[in-house]
Ligand binder design. Sequence first.
Ligand code: MG
Length: 362
Amino acid sequence: MTKITEATAYLVDLEVETKRTDAVQAFLKQETIFVELRTDDGALGTGYSYTIGTGGTSVLAMLREHLLPRLLGQDARMIEQLWYDQFASTRATTVGAITSLALAAVDIALWDLRCKRAGEPLWQVAGGFRPEVPLYDTEGGWLHLSTDELVQGALGSQAAGWPGVKLKVGKPRVEEDVERLRAVREAVGPTLDIMVDANQSMTGAEARRRAAAFEPVGLGWFEEPLPADDIDGHVALARSTSIPIAVGESLYSASQFREYLTRGAASIIQVDVARVGGITPWLKVAHLAETFNVHVCPHFLMELHVSLVAAIPNGRYVEHIPQLRAITRGELAVRDGHALAPDTVGLGIDWDPDEIADRRVA
Ligand code: MG
C-alpha cells in the first residue's frame, strides 16, 4: 500500500502565448488547475487540467469540496479503482466538462506517482512504442491571420522540417476559405500535410459544401466540422467526402468515442487527456481506436500528449501549441519535425514552482 496522505488543488492563470482565434471563440487565458498528491513514502505527484478561459474555479471547487477528500487514506497504486470511485461519486454531474476536467487532474497526478515509483518516464510506463512523434503546427494558422501571414507561417514550419500545419477555416464565404488554403498549398507544394479546423461552426449542409470545395487542395483532415453532438451529421459528411474527419477535443468520456468509431463518423481521433478525464480513459480511447485501424492525433497539451502518443502504436501527430513555457524549465525537444518524448522520470514536465506561485489566483 502507498497511502495518499495529502491532496491539494489550486488554480493558476496563464496568459496566452500568442493571439489565437477560430470560427467560434478566442483562447482568452489558460486556467490551469493543479492537483498535488503526497504519499506516505514521501513522493509527490502533480497533475493538471485546463480551460481556455472559463470554468476554472468550478473545476477547483469540485476537487476541493468533493473529489480530493475521498482520496485521503487510499492506495495511490490503485489507479483504475480510484478513477472508478471518483467517477461514481459524481454521478449527478457526469458526463460533463467540469467533472471530467477535475477527474483528469487527479488521474494525471496518480500517473505521475506511478511513474516515479517505477523510476520511468511516462511514455514507457503508458506503453512504450517509439521515442519520438511527428509534430504539426497550429500557431501559424489562426483565423484572424491574413492569407500572407498563413503562407509565411506554413513556409516557416516547412523550412523547420515540420511535416504538417493546421489552418482554421470558417470564414463567412466559402471562397475566402478556399483562397487561403490554395495560397498555402501553392506556396508549400504537395508534400506538406495541411489540416483544417472549423471548431464545430458549420451546419451539415455547409460542411458538405465546404469539404467539396476543399478537396482539390489535398487535406490531411477536416476537424470539428459540426457540433460534437451531431453524430448523424458526421456520418453523412464522412460518407460524402474523401477528406478524413477528425473529432475529439469536445468529447468528455471514452464511450462517446466508441459511438463515433462504430458508426464511421470520424477517422482521426483527437482525444484530449484533460477533457476526457485523464490518462486512464485516454489510453482506453487510444487502444479502442487502434482496434478500428484509426489514428490518434490528440488536441492541444503537447507537453503531456507527446509522451502518450509515444506510448501507442496508432499515434500519428502531436499538435504544437506551446502554452506552459512561463511555468516550466526547458521546452519540448524537437528534432527534424519530431517531438522527443521526455526521458525523465514522471510526466516529463519540469515545473517551476516559483513561477507557478506567482500566477496562482485561487
Ligand atoms: Mg480543434
